[in-house]
Design a binder for this molecule. Structure first.
Ligand code: ATP
Ligand code: ZN
Length: 518
C-alpha cells in the first residue's frame, strides 16, 4: 500500500512522469509563419499570453464572445496540459469611437469607458470566461507609451508633425511580414480595422500611422514632448505588453481583422526597439458573420451577448443558457468563420442538452457498489485511469492539433452517449454493460473534458419557465410611461419588483431600458 501511495504522490508532483497528456506535442497555427508549429515556450512550463481587448464604447456582441471564449479555451487547455499561464488582456479606453459616444451622450470618456468595462465583466463572466490575470487600461500607461514613442523617434523610426507623431514604415524593412502583404497590396486598412481620424496630409507615406495625436479642443489630453495629446491605437498594445509581460511573449491573440494593420504595427513598433520578436506565436480567430458579413458595431448587424442570453434576439426569443453560446462557438475551429444563424443556435441548444444531461447524471441511481477501503479506492482509480487513458489521448490529440475543439467535442458527445446508455440500462432494464469503476471513470472524464472547454452546468438563477418575457416587457412599458410622467416612485417600484425576481434593469443613454438576469 505504501508503494502505491508514493507512486500516486509522485504523479501529483510531476505529472510529466505519469501522464499520457504530456507525451505528445501541441502544435499551433502561427499566422506569422503561415504554418502549424510545435509549441515551445520561452520558459519551460510557463506561457505568457496577451490578447487585444475591447474598445469600450458599447455592449459586447457575439463576435467578442467568440474571441474571448476562444482564448479562454486556449488558456484552460494549456493549464490542463500543465503550463502556468499568465494572461493579460487590455481595455482600449481612449479612442475616437469612445469620444464620439461621449459627445453624443453629453458624457465623458472615462464615464463611457467605465460603464462598458463593467458591462464587459457582467457579460463575459456569464459566459464562464475566466478573468485575465491583468486588465491594463491605456489611460494607466501614458508614461510608458510616451517613453516608447520617444525611443522610436530617437532611433529614427518616428517623426513629429505639428504635435502629431507618426511611425515611418519605410524604415522597417520587415513591415508586412505578419499579414504577408507586399507594399503594393497594402491599402491602409483593407480587410481590417483602421484607426480613424489620422491626418493623411501630415504623413510622409500613406502607410505611416499615428503614434501620438495632438489634442483637439475639448478632448482629453496628456502632456508630452510634442505638446498635449493622446496615444494612437496601436502603440498601446506594444507598451502594455512590454510593461506587463516583457519584450517577447509566447502567444499573442486577437481577431483576424486585427492582423493588418493593428498587429503588423505592434510588431513594427516593438521589434525595432528590442531587436527581438514581439511574440513567438500569433493566433487569430475567425469572424462571427451575419449573412456573410462580419458582425460589428460599426455595421450595426450585431446581437449583444446580453440580448442573446436574455431571450431578446428576435430569431430565438427565449433565454439561452450561456453554455449554448460556448458550444456554438466551440463546435467550429477558432480560425474559421462562424455564421450566426437561428439553426446553428438551435443545434447548440440541443447539443448542450445532451451534454448537460450526461453531466447531471445521478450515478447514485445506478446501484454502484460503495467504495469501501482506501485500497479499493486506489485500485479503482488505477482502473479508472487506464480506462480513460484512451479517451484522454483522443481528446488531447484533437486539442493538440491547433485547439481543434470541434474534434474534442466529438469525444465529449461520445462519452455522453455511452454514459446515458449505461445509465438507462441500469435504471430501466436492470442490466449493466460496464463495471462500476468504468462508469465512474467515464463520468469523471466527461466532467474533466467539459471543464477544459469551460462547459459547466450552472445553477439556474431562475427557473426558466417562470420567466415570462412578455410580462417583463409590459412592466418595462409601464415603467417607461411612469418615468415620462415623472412618477419616479412608481418607476422605482417596478424596478424593485423585477429585481426581486432576479431581473436587473439598465437604463441606456439611448432611452432604451435593457434587462438581464442578475
Ligand atoms: N465579428 C467578430 N467575430 C470575431 N471576433 C471579433 C468580431 N468583432 C470583433 N472581434 C474581436 O474582438 C476583439 C475586440 O474587438 P474591438 O473592441 O476592437 O471590436 P471592434 O472590432 O471595434 O468591434 P466592431 O467591429 O464591432 O466595431 C478583437 O480581437 C476583434 O478582432
Ligand atoms: Zn492590440
Amino acid at each position: 500500500m505504501r508503494v502505491i501511495i508514493i507512486l500516486s504522490i509522485t504523479g501529483i508532483l510531476d505529472p510529466n512522469l505519469d501522464n499520457p497528456k504530456f507525451a505528445m506535442s501541441l502544435t499551433l497555427y502561427n499566422t506569422l509563419t503561415r504554418q502549424k508549429e510545435p509549441f515551445k515556450t520561452i520558459e519551460p512550463g510557463k506561457v505568457t499570453m496577451y490578447c487585444c481587448g475591447v474598445t469600450v464604447y458599447d455592449y459586447c456582441h457575439l463576435g467578442h464572445a467568440r474571441s474571448y471564449i476562444g482564448w479562454d479555451v486556449v488558456r484552460r487547455y494549456l493549464q490542463w496540459r500543465g503550463y502556468q499561464v499568465r494572461y493579460v488582456q487590455n481595455f482600449t479606453d481612449i479612442d475616437d469611437k469612445i469620444l464620439n459616444r461621449a459627445r453624443v451622450e453629453g458624457s465623458s470618456m472615462p464615464e463611457i469607458a467605465d460603464r462598458y468595462i463593467n458591462a464587459y465583466f457582467e457579460d463575459i463572466r456569464r459566459l464562464n470566461v475566466m478573468d485575465a490575470d491583468e486588465y491594463p487600461r491605456v489611460t494607466q500607461h501614458i508614461p510608458a507609451i510616451v517613453h516608447l514613442i520617444q525611443a522610436l523617434e530617437t532611433k529614427g523610426y518616428a517623426y513629429a508633425v505639428n504635435g502629431d507623431v507618426y511611425y515611418n514604415v519605410q524604415q522597417f524593412s520587415e513591415y508586412g511580414k505578419l499579414s504577408g502583404r507586399k507594399r503594393e497590396q497594402m491599402q491602409a486598412g483593407a480587410g481590417g480595422r483602421i484607426d480613424p481620424g489620422e491626418a493623411e496630409d501630415k504623413k510622409q507615406d500613406p502607410f505611416d500611422f499615428a503614434l501620438w495625436k495632438a489634442a483637439k479642443p475639448g478632448e482629453p489630453a496628456w502632456d508630452s514632448l510634442w505638446g498635449k495629446g493622446r496615444p494612437g491605437w496601436h502603440i498601446e498594445c506594444s507598451a502594455m505588453i512590454r510593461a506587463r509581460l516583457g519584450e517577447t511573449i509566447d502567444i499573442h491573440g486577437g481577431g483576424g481583422d486585427l492582423v493588418f494593420p493593428h498587429h503588423e504595427n505592434e510588431i513594427a513598433q516593438s521589434e525595432v526597439l528590442t531587436g527581438k520578436p514581439l511574440a513567438r506565436y500569433w493566433l487569430h480567430n475567425g469572424m462571427v458573420r451575419v449573412n456573410g458579413e462580419k458582425m460589428s458595431k460599426s455595421l450595426g448587424n450585431f446581437t449583444t451577448i446580453r440580448d442573446l442570453l436574455d431571450g431578446k434576439w428576435s430569431e430565438y426569443p427565449q433565454p439561452i443558457d450561456p453554455m449554448v453560446v460556448r458550444l456554438f462557438v466551440l463546435q467550429a475551429h477558432y480560425r474559421k468563420p462562424l455564421d450566426f444563424t437561428e439553426s446553428a443556435i438551435t443545434a447548440a441548444v440541443h447539443g448542450w442538452q445532451t451534454l448537460k444531461d450526461a453531466l447531471n447524471l445521478d450515478l447514485a441511481k445506478c446501484n454502484l457498489s460503495p467504495q469501501a477501503t482506501i485500497l479499493d479506492e486506489l485500485d479503482s482509480q488505477a482502473i479508472a485511469k487506464r480506462s480513460s487513458e484512451a479517451l484522454i489521448a483522443r481528446f488531447q490529440a484533437a486539442m493538440d492539433d491547433d485547439f481543434n475543439t470541434a474534434a474534442g467535442l466529438a469525444v465529449l458527445f461520445e462519452l455522453a452517449k455511452s454514459l446515458k446508455r449505461e445509465f438507462n440500462q441500469r435504471c430501466y432494464q436492470g442490466s449493466q454493460e460496464l463495471e462500476d469503476v468504468h462508469l465512474r471513470a467515464l463520468s469523471q472524464t466527461l466532467i474533466q473534458f467539459a471543464g477544459v472547454l469551460g462547459l459547466e452546468v450552472q445553477a439556474e438563477t431562475l427557473p426558466v419557465p417562470e420567466i415570462n418575457v412578455n410580462w417583463i416587457e409590459s412592466l418595462l412599458q409601464q415603467r417607461h410611461q411612469a418615468r415620462q410622467e415623472k412618477r419616479y416612485a412608481e418607476s422605482d417600484r417596478i424596478r424593485n419588483e423585477l429585481q426581486a425576481v432576479g431581473i436587473t434593469l439598465i437604463d441606456g443613454s439611448d432611452g432604451q431600458t435593457r434587462w438581464h438576469r442578475s
